[in-house]
Design a protein around this ligand. Structure first.
Ligand code: 1HN
Length: 242
């Protein structure tokens, strides 16, 4: 799915389709033509581009499928994940684990676009889809550039509050809800510098348990230096690349 096609469709959708209760979001699902008309990118993953225009609010809800977002364009939307306001910037990865209330606000004067990936087909297959509307917060709520989750669990590599392991026991997802592009960018640079070129890949992880960010969704970023050909790899899970 080409970005140029998407941006054009997104602009038109913004003029035609308001964000109201019922729909709640303005997203273009990437439908794999091999999946008999289902709006899924693979048998296990939903992927979509979401457009949020200036001043718009995507109202609060929660659902059993888990989601993650990767910001493709724009700056300044903040998303409230279980009451924690998270600023969204280009290249950031933001988590919305299962059953966490979430809503998106765009207080700026430009549109924003991000990729949404959900484990929705898996949860649907298990007949375990649940959905609930939530009360939206006031639009003019002040946001800190650093969310509560970052101030607690994103202070630096290998640093977590004492006792975290006990407190987070039983939680199936990362308590750090956002991973900043600048950190990923410099980690990839460092790995490439050590290797002297080629390609490098990092995995986003739960800073307390070391597990993947959510039980059903792994998240990684790869940088391939111009002129490099990577080796082939094989896996059973399906993958969405942006
Ligand atoms: C959803 O809640 C969002 O909250 C985006 O931004 C895409 C696709 C299917 C079901 C729920 C969002 C979604 C979604």
């Amino acid at each position: 799915w080409r970005v140029a096609d998407l941006m054009d469709l997104g602009r038109r959708a913004q003029d035609l389709i308001p964000i109201d209760r019922g729909g709640d979001r303005r997203v273009f699902a990437f439908a794999n033509p091999g999946l008999k008309g289902a709006p899924y990118v693979s048998n296990t993953l939903w992927a979509a581009a979401q457009f949020l225009g200036p001043g718009e609010l995507a109202p609060a809800h929660r659902h059993s499928p888990a989601a993650l977002r990767f910001v493709m364009e724009g700056e300044g939307v903040w998303t409230l994940v279980n009451g924690d306001p998270i600023h969204m910037g280009r290249g950031d990865v933001i988590l919305t684990p299962s059953w966490n209330f979430h809503e998106h606000h765009n207080p700026g004067d430009k549109s924003m676009v991000w990729l949404d990936v959900l484990d929705l087909p898996v949860v649907e297959f298990l007949e375990a889809i649940f959905f609930e509307e939530g009360p939206s917060e006031l639009v003019d709520r002040k946001t800190d550039p650093r969310s509560v989750s970052e101030r607690q669990f994103g202070q630096g590599a290998g640093i977590v509050p004492s006792g975290s392991k006990g407190v987070m026991k039983g939680s199936r997802h990362s308590p750090l809800l956002v991973f900043r592009w600048a950190d990923v960018d410099s980690a990839l640079d460092a790995l490439l510098e050590i290797k002297g070129g080629g390609d490098a890949q990092i995995r986003y992880q739960d800073p307390v348990s070391g597990n993947d960010v959510m039980p059903t969704l792994r998240c990684e970023m790869r940088r391939v230096v111009q002129g490099t050909t990577t080796g082939a790899d094989r896996q059973t899970g399906s993958r969405v690349c942006a």
